[in-house]
Write a protein that binds this ligand. Structure first.
Ligand code: GDP
Length: 386
C-alpha cells in the first residue's frame, strides 16, 4: 500500500530515513512521500534520505531551532502553533495516490512525543485516508521523565490515530551495544518488519501469478483500531537456478509437503517469538498472516494452515492471510500482524512507573519550593528592596 510517511522528532526522522533505504533495497514502492518534522535544526541536518524540501522546522519562534528538550507539552504546543508549516509540506503530496498516513515518533522524547498526536488529530480532520502511528517506546533504563512522556504520549496518540503500531526499544536492545550502534540495528529491525507489511499490500495483482497476494484493503481492515504488534520469522532457502544441484533437483518434484510445513512453522515462530510489542496473543482482536519470499516457495496451504492456527491461538474469527512474492530472494518468511491487542504487560508497567514518576516529580517540586522559601525568607528581619 502507498504511504505518506512523516517522521516526527529525531527517532521518527531517522526511522523514516531508514524506511526509504529499505524501500529502495527491496523495490517495494510503498512510500509515496516522506517528510521529517523537528524543532531541532541539527536533527534535520543529520538526515540522509528525506529530501531537503520535505524537512520542516517547527517552533522556531519559541526554541530557535534548538529543540524542546524532553518537554513533550512544549512539543505539542509548537506543533499546534506551526501546523500550517507541516501542512505546507503535506500539500505537495499527491494525496489521491496514498492509501494511508503513517506518523513515526519516539514516544519518550519531546518533539515527536508531543507533536505526533497533534499532527494525527489534524490529519484526521482533513483527510479521509486512515492515519496510523508507529510509536517507539523508550527502554526502561532511560529514566522516569522518558517513561512519563511515553505514557502520556501513548494515551493521546492511540486516541488520535486509526491504529497505533508499537515497537518497544526495551525488548530489542542488546547488552554491550553503544546507544547509536544499537539504534542503527534496531531501526533496521523496525523497517524490515513494518516495511515488509506495507510493501506486501503494494504488489500489483498482475505482476505475479500468485492469486492470494495481500491487498491494501486487507491491511487497512486488520488495522481497524486499537494497538498493533508484529512478529516476523524467516528461513534461508536454496534458490540456485543452475548448476549440478538444480539439474538434479529438476528431476525431483518440488516437495509441497515440506514447503507447507515450513510455512506453518514460520507462522508459529513469528507469533510466539519476539514481537515488536510483546503481548498475550490471545488478546488480539484481528490478525493478518503474510508469507514472503520467492514465488515458487510460497505455499498457499502453508499460509492457510498458519492462518487457521492463529485463529485457534487468538480465538478470533478475523484472521486474514496472503502472499507477498519477492523474486530473487533466498529467504522465505512469515509476518504476523496482531491488531486490537489488549493484554500488554509492558504498557501496564510503563503506566505504573509513569504514575510513580509523576508523584515523585510533584513531591520534589513542592519540597523544592518550600526549601527555597526557607532559604530566602528571613521573617521581618530584612526588608526586600521593593
Ligand atoms: P525528540 O526528537 O524530542 O522527538 O526525541 P527523540 O526522538 O530524540 O527521542 C525519543 C525517544 O526515542 C528516546 O527516548 C529513545 O527511546 C528513542 N530513540 C531516539 N533515537 C532513536 C532511534 O534512532 N531509534 C529508536 N528505535 N529509538 C530512538
Amino acid at each position: 500500500m502507498k504511504l505518506a510517511l512523516i517522521g516526527f522528532g529525531q527517532a521518527g526522522g531517522k526511522i523514516v530515513d531508514e524506511f526509504l533505504t529499505y524501500d529502495d533495497a527491496i523495490g517495494g514502492g510503498f512510500i509515496e512521500a516522506a517528510i521529517a518534522v523537528n524543532s531541532a535544526t541539527t536533527d534535520l541536518h543529520g538526515l540522509e534520505q528525506i529530501p531537503q524540501s520535505n524537512r520542516v522546522l517547527i517552533g522556531q519562534a519559541r526554541v530557535k531551532g534548538h529543540g524542546v528538550g524532553a518537554d513533550n507539552e512544549l512539543g505539542a504546543e509548537v506543533t499546534e502553533e506551526d501546523i500550517s508549516e507541516i501542512q505546507g509540506a503535506i500539500d505537495r503530496i499527491p494525496i489521491h495516490e496514498i492509501d494511508a498516513f503513517l506518523i513515526v515518533a519516539g514516544m519518550g522524547g519531546g518533539t515527536g512525543s508531543g507533536g505526533a498526536p497533534v499532527l494525527a488529530s489534524h490529519l484526521k480532520e482533513i483527510y479521509t485516508q486512515p492515519v496510523y502511528g508507529l510509536g517507539i517506546l523508550p527502554a526502561t533504563d532511560e529514566g522516569g521523565i522518558y517513561t512519563l512522556n511515553a505514557a502520556r504520549s501513548f494515551q493521546t496518540f492511540v486516541r488520535e490515530v486509526d491504529n497505533l503500531l508499537v515497537f518497544d526499544n526495551d525488548v530489542w536492545r542488546d547488552a554491550g551495544e553503544t546507544v547509536s550502534g544499537g539504534y542503527d540495528r534496531i531501526n533496521r529491525e523496525i523497517v524490515e518488519r513494518f516495511g515488509l507489511l506495507f510493501a506486501a499490500g503494494e504488489v500489483n495483482q498482475g505482476d505475479h501469478v500468485a492469486e492470494s497476494v495481500v491487498d491494501s484493503s486487507e491491511i487497512i481492515n486488520t488495522l481497524d483500531d486499537g494497538v498493533s504488534t508484529i512478529g516476523y520469522a524467516r528461513e534461508t532457502v536454496d534458490t540456485s537456478g543452475n548448476g549440478l544441484l538444480s539439474s538434479f533437483r529438476e528431476t525431483e518434484t518440488f516437495d509441497e509437503g515440506a514447503a507447507t510445513n515450513r510455512m506453518t512453522s514460520l507462522v508459529r515462530k513469528a507469533t510466539l517469538g519476539r514481537l515488536t510489542l510483546p503481548c498475550d496473543v490471545g488478546s488480539a482482536d484481528r490478525g493478518l498472516v503474510v508469507s514472503t519470499g520467492p514465488p515458487e516457495h510460497l505455499n498457499r496451504k502453508g499460509v492457510e494452515r498458519g492462518r487457521q492456527w492463529l485463529e485457534d491461538e487468538t480465538g478470533s474469527m478475523e484472521i486474514r492471510g496472503g502472499d507477498y512474492p519477492i523474486p530473487d530472494r533466498n529467504e522465505v518468511g512469515a509476518i504476523v500482524l496482531l491488531s486490537g491487542v489488549t493484554d500488554v504487560p509492558r504498557i501496564d508497567q510503563l503506566q505504573q512507573v509513569a504514575i510513580e514518576a509523576q508523584d515523585t516529580t510533584e513531591m520534589v517540586r513542592a519540597q523544592a519550593q518550600e526549601d527555597f522559601a526557607s532559604l530566602v525568607d528571613t521573617g521581618d528581619e530584612i526588608d526586600a528592596l521593593f
